[in-house]
Each structure stands twice: as C-alpha cells, then as structure tokens.
Design a protein around this ligand. Structure first.
Ligand code: A3P
Length: 299
C-alpha cells in the first residue's frame, strides 16, 4: 500500500512498516547486500528517539581507550551521524559499501524494524542497543523535524493531520508501537543480545545507564576509570548543551540532505505538553496502553 507522506514523498508499507521511497530503496539494498560481522554493535531507534545522542555516547564509550583526551575527541569535530552512519541510508543508490576504515567493534545505527533487519545481523554474534522514547514526545519531535525538512514556502504540516496519521501508524518507520514492541520482546527473549533503553531513564539517571551499557557491551568501566571521572567526561561531552553548541553540529548536513542542526531542538522530557491538546495526549496514552497491553512495557 502507498500513502502520501509528510515531505515531498510517498509512504510505502513493507513488512508491516511505512517507509519513504528512498528509505525503502536503502532498506532493500541493505537487506540484499549488507554482511554483519561478529562483534558489530547496532544502535536501533525510531526517528527522534535520541539517535544522535545515543550515537555520540556509544562512540565515546566503545572507543574511549583510543581517544582518552576529551579536548581532542573526534566528537568535537565530527557530527555523530558521520561517526556512526545509518546503515540503510548508506545503501541508498548503492550496492557495495566500503567498511574497511571502520575500527573494531563496528558501530552502525538503523531505524529498521526488527523484522526488516538484514538476515546476517540475526545470524551473527553481534549486539543491539535499542533506544526508545515516549510516543508523545517522539511525535512532537518528529513533527518539528519534518517541518524543518519542508521547503519554506510550503508552510508547516498540519499538526492535527500529522497526529492522526501517526496514531494510525503512518509515520517514518511506523507504526511506532509495533517497532518498539518488536525490540522489547526480543530484549526479553535474548537479553544478552538486545539492550532495551528509554530516553527518559537515560535523561534521569545517565550515569547508571551508561555503566549498564558498558557492562552489556563487554567494556565495563574499571575502578580507575570510575575514580578518574571517565563516565562524567563522556556524559558531559555528549550532553545536549555541549553537542548542540559545537560548530560542527551547527553547520553542514548529512549526505541524505538533513541539516545537522535539525537534530538538536530542546532535548527535554515532556515537551509534547506544550504542543498537544489534552485530548491528543489522552488519545496517545490510550493507544499506548492498548498496544502494550500484556507486554509488560510502559512508556
Ligand atoms: P526534541 O525534538 O524533543 O528536542 P534523533 O537524534 O533520534 O533524531 O532525536 C532527536 C531528538 O533528540 C530531539 O528531541 C533532540 O533535541 C534530542 N537530542 C539531540 N541530542 C541530544 C542529547 N545530546 N541529549 C538529549 N537529547 C538530545
């Protein structure tokens, strides 16, 4: 099925999820050609759940021995999306990609739903970190983001119409709830392989969750690192305040055309209250409750 999308594009439903034409091309090429390797780490998110933040933190965490000086860190001069590319975006219009410059462990990010991951990701010995965010804030962040992508003379997308589509599951990589549930169930069944994290808990207790992530990825912080404040350094380096004020994140754009600055807006929990009506908030809560009923998942 095809449905008119939010930008100048159409949405296509594939394996139960909605994609723009370009994204679907990338997805199919990626499914066909990408070869996962043992030890790879995949950062999985729905759009606007904090992918940029997760990329920065995971890069800093995993490669901390190679880059011990926070004043010389690659994140100061590279946008997080350049350090950890979106797998399916890289494949748009291409069949073969050169990953020889990637240092071990290879870090990739993706918005692909579980069902659409390339087969080799499932058959290899790799780890997945899934970051999700409550649907109300995710939706509001996505609405702002897609408005920024539209040509200026088009004006903003209607909030009501976009909300209605999101609730019906028609959004980038939506239905949002199915995406989250897929990885939630996988994290319960294969907890050594999938780490499930919420944006809100990372905001509330970043140190605890960064420590848990380091243990999950098999690179726990030593006592010496703990005493030397390495965790705090990583969190400070990757904070919204720091990243959003770096020159490299204020200028330039991704190869896919999105401006770097569009990935930094407010970075707060609960901003949806400033944009959605009481009815909208209630409707979204009701859908979430229905969709997650019996799963043990709460957002
Ligand atoms: P808001 O629009 O609510 O501000 P993604 O990276 O998946 O596209 O998600 C973007 C959202 O994450 C935006 O949310 C953005 O401001 C927020 N964000 C970006 N960097 C962040 C950081 N370092 N810490 C917390 N939130 C961040």
């Amino acid at each position: 099925p095809t449905e008119k999308g939010w930008v100048a594009n159409h949405f296509h439903q594939y394996q139960g999820f909605w994609h723009t034409t370009r994204q679907l091309q990338g997805l199919l090429a990626c499914q066909k050609h990408f070869q996962a390797e043992d030890g790879d780490i995949y950062l999985v998110t729905t759009p606007k759940s904090g992918s940029t933040w997760l990329k920065a933190m995971m890069f800093a965490l995993v490669h901390r021995v190679s880059f011990p000086d926070p004043k010389q860190h690659p994140l100061l001069t590279n946008n997080p999306h350049a350090l950890v590319p979106f797998l399916e975006h890289e494949y748009i219009g291409k069949e073969f990609l050169d990953f020889t410059n990637f240092t071990f462990p290879r870090l990739f990010s993706t918005h692909l739903p579980l069902v659409s991951l390339p087969k080799s990701v499932n058959s290899s010995n790799c780890k997945l970190v899934y970051l999700c965010r409550n649907p109300k804030d995710t939706f509001v962040s996505l609405w702002h983001f897609t408005n920024k992508l539209r040509p200026e003379n088009w004006g903003a997308n209607s909030l009501e119409e976009t909300f209605d589509k999101f609730c019906r599951g028609v959004s980038l990589y939506g239905p949002f709830w199915d995406h989250v549930l897929g990885y939630w169930k996988e994290s319960l069944e294969r907890s050594q392989r999938v780490f499930f994290l919420r944006y809100e808990e990372m905001k509330n207790e970043p140190k605890i969750h960064l420590r848990r992530l380091s243990e999950f990825l098999g690179c726990p912080f030593s006592l010496e690192e703990e005493n030397n404040g390495v965790l705090d350094e990583i969190l400070e380096l990757c904070s919204f305040e720091n990243l959003s004020n770096l020159e490299v994140n204020k200028i330039g754009m991704l190869p896919s055309g999105e401006k770097h600055e569009a990935f930094f807006r407010r970075g707060e929990v609960g901003d949806s209250m400033n944009f959605l009506t009481a009815e909208m908030l209630e409707k979204m809560d009701m859908i979430t409750e229905q969709k997650f009923h019996g799963s043990g998942l709460k957002l």
